[in-house]
Design a protein around this ligand. Structure first.
Ligand code: PEP
Ligand code: MN
Length: 340
């Protein structure tokens, strides 16, 4: 249940509502809004009786929350969540572009790619220091050295960095270096990692599990919000299907569902969905057309030499074309929406 306070509700009236919620053995979670305060009721085992709250001074409404996820749902918060990463706003009315190599391989590799993608207009730089690889014999990432390289890339280009955390043990270290902490598809339901992410001081980029339903994905995000971190960016990256013409199947309909169901920003990773370079630009165009608030794209200046995911990495000139094309689509849609 969501208790919506009157715009003119006083702090004392809000305190009374909080006390009544706690007295009933529930947890109260105030959600400050632009115009009014709302208070979420958590940890109720069954339905909550709205009449307990409707008569209290300053209470405007008591809305039942019908979804299994609460804090992430639009029923709890109507306005989009906007997340600030340095100077970059995520989830506002701009289009976020995150780009970089799959893995940080060396300082010169990371810096070369970072300069290319920044020149094309990327806002955030991505690169894995800890890589979840299918084979234990594949390149596993540079670890701490990779994080230090990312810090130098941020310093010399001004771009905030996104990098993946793979386990609980390295969380503190990754949190120290990253501007946005990525939780990958394989860890989407690693609940102890999600709980740790809930305590993080940095935004979390939560990728959809490759076989996860939207409910499971939003429930995973719920763990992070419930733990106290409300800065979660969702990332659709394709799901496993029977097809062989792409590595995964990009579930574009998930974007429109998530936009409706949740106030959290939703972006799309066309690179891991496609698994091959020739599909990345078309999928990016489609993702923006369907309403994605951003893209995360793998780019490499020499993909044939890349230590991971070279086949799906764009050459810099292709990434420039992608940026031009998606901006055209995004701006046209925005112009149409503001004129109608
Ligand atoms: C990645 O972004 O580098 C990655 C490993 O992605 P995913 O978790 O979606 O496979
Ligand atoms: Mn990759």
């Amino acid at each position: 249940m969501l208790i919506v306070m009157d715009q003119k509700a006083t702090p004392e009236e809000i305190d009374v509502v909080l006390a009544v919620i706690e007295e009933r053995g529930y947890t109260a979670r105030p959600i400050p809004g632009g115009e009014r305060v709302s208070i979420g009721i958590l940890n109720n085992k069954g339905p909550v009786d709205a009449s307990q709250f409707l008569g209290l001074p300053g209470v405007k409404d008591a809305i039942p929350v019908t979804r299994p996820y609460k804090l992430v749902s639009r029923e709890f918060r109507l306005e989009n969540t906007v997340i600030q990463v340095g100077d970059v706003s995520v989830g506002n009315d701009g289009l976020l572009i995150v780009a970089g190599p799959c893995a940080v391989e060396s300082e010169s590799q990371a810096l070369t790619i970072a300069k290319h993608v920044r020149g094309a207009g990327a806002h955030l730089f991505r690169g894995g220091a800890y890589k979840p690889r299918t084979s234990p014999y594949s390149f596993q990432g540079l670890g701490k050295e990779g994080l230090e390289i990312l810090a130098r890339v941020r310093e010399s280009t001004g771009m905030p960095v996104v990098t993946e955390v793979m386990d609980f043990e390295t969380f503190d270290l990754v949190e120290e270096y990253a501007d946005v902490i990525q939780i990958g598809t394989r860890n989407m339901q690693n609940f102890s990692l999600l709980r740790r992410a809930g305590q993080a001081r940095k935004p979390i980029l939560l990728k959809r599990g490759m076989a996860a339903t939207i409910d499971e994905w939003l429930m995973a995000a719920e763990y992070i919000l419930e733990g106290g971190n409300s800065n979660v960016i969702l990332c659709e990256r394709g799901v496993r299907t029977f097809v062989h013409h792409s590595r995964n199947t990009l579930d574009l309909s998930a974007v429109s569902v998530v936009l409706k169901e949740s106030h959290l920003p939703i972006i799309v990773d066309p690179s891991h969905a496609a698994g091959r370079r020739d599909q990345v630009i078309p999928l990016s165009r489609a993702a923006v057309a369907v309403g994605a608030q951003g893209l995360m794209v793998e780019v490499h200046h020499a993909p044939e030499k890349a230590l991971s995911d070279g086949a799906q990495s764009l050459y810099p000139h292709q990434f420039e074309r992608l940026c031009r094309q998606v901006r055209t689509i995004f701006n046209n849609l925005k112009a149409d929406e503001t004129s109608s």
